[in-house]
Ligand binder design. Structure first.
Ligand SMILES: NC(=O)c1ccc[n+]([C@@H]2O[C@H](COP(=O)([O-])OP(=O)(O)OC[C@H]3O[C@@H](n4cnc5c(N)ncnc54)[C@H](OP(=O)(O)O)[C@@H]3O)[C@@H](O)[C@H]2O)c1
Length: 265
């Protein structure tokens, strides 16, 4: 597979690192990386499959799968620039630009071009992204290309495009929400007597363990909570105190506020 990443900023770089580090299914023969000023990614030129360029058209010409990771406001210009190089029989376009609909991309490139919208998160750099995907008609026929890439870098879920904004809140913004929960439990552990580094280790591994338990056992969070809440014990005491202070309610309200904001932007 020959891949181009147009716009190697925060997310484009995370995808690049993920692709270069994965040992699974992506047989990447060439990875074209573009940005207008390539000096910040010059170190990647040492990697044999990597080709750095500021020439988006050249990157498209020599690639099959084009991942576009520029800011939403930059997308139109980039699509207009590469349009003449796109071959609907050969290329698959994967856009990660937030809030830019498949219809917007089709209006520039045409309906025949396979177009896929992807919403990954920055955990893609460590192969643990949750990536939601949706495509146009021809994009769905080439969905296996996107799945090969993003399944090697975490997990994927194909969704109706109308849910893409919600997926952005849960998965992309979700990284920030979970980070804040980890920070809060770390601060609590410091107050209970641990040094900050130890506190963060306890918090991170417990968070990972909780998610792994659910993934491996396919059980429900409440089933796992029941296993650790002794009647009249310390866990239910703490849990109920958190709920009296609005833990679940404030998380849900935060997700809804984030969703309302993304729909305004
Ligand atoms: N960060 C996340 O967690 C996340 C998650 C999901 C989706 N997204 C979406 O991913 C996209 C990128 O986000 P980001 O945080 O990575 O933004 P970013 O750091 O600003 O990256 C955008 C990159 O695009 C490059 N660029 C701009 N115009 C270009 C052009 N004409 N040709 C080639 N490269 C160009 C810029 O580099 P130069 O200035 O050197 O050209 C920059 O490095 C956004 O649409 C965002 O909504 C982000």
């Amino acid at each position: 597979m020959k891949i181009a990443i147009i716009g190697v900023g925060n997310l484009g770089y995370s995808i690049t690192v993920g692709i270069l580090n994965q040992k699974k299914d992506i047989k990447c023969q060439a990875l074209y990386l573009t940005k207008r000023d390539t000096s910040s990614i010059e170190h990647l030129s040492k990697v044999s499959v990597v080709k750095l360029t500021s020439d988006n058209k050249r990157a498209v010409k020599y690639s099959d799968v084009i991942i576009i990771a520029v800011l939403p406001a930059q997308l139109k210009k980039v699509l207009e620039e590469i349009k003449s190089e796109i071959d609907s029989k050969r290329h698959v376009i994967i856009s990660v630009a937030t809030g830019r609909e498949i219809e917007d991309i089709e209006s520039i490139l045409g309906k025949d071009v396979p177009i896929i919208r992807a919403m990954p998160n920055t955990a893609i750099s460590v192969g643990q992204s949750m990536t939601c995907l949706s495509g146009n008609k021809n994009g769905n026929l080439k969905m296996h290309c996107a799945k090969t890439i993003f399944n090697a870098l975490g997990q994927t879920l194909c969704i109706d495009e109308k849910h893409m904004q919600a997926a952005t809140v849960i998965c992309a913004s979700g990284i920030a929400f979970w980070m804040r929960l980890i920070r809060a439990t770390t601060q609590g552990a410091v107050q209970l007597g641990f040094h900050s580094e130890e506190a963060q280790q306890l918090s991170m591994q417990t968070c990972l363990g909780a998610a792994s338990l659910l993934i491996d056992s396919q059980s429900h969070p409440e089933q796992e909570i029941d296993k650790v809440t002794t009647p009249s014990g310390c866990t239910i005491e703490g849990l109920n105190e958190m709920e009296h202070n609005g833990l679940s309610s404030s998380l849900i309200k935060g997700l809804v506020a984030s969703y309302e904001k993304i729909n305004e932007i």
